[in-house]
Design a protein around this ligand. Structure first.
Ligand code: FES
Length: 49
């Protein structure tokens, strides 16, 4: 549900649509982090976890 932040990963390539509920800070998002539980890839993506 995008609350706890447990699933946070780094998006290395590609784009996602992410609808979270406060589980990630704006700073983390700006640094390329995403919450994998509530992110839908727009195409092929590469992540690091
Ligand atoms: S924010 Fe909790 S599992 Fe993704």
């Amino acid at each position: 549900m995008g609350i706890c932040g447990t699933c946070k990963v780094t998006l290395l390539e590609g784009e996602v649509d992410m609808e979270h509920n406060g589980g990630i800070t704006e700073e983390d998002e700006a640094a390329g982090e995403i919450l994998s539980c509530c992110s839908k890839p727009r195409g092929n993506v590469v992540i690091e976890f």
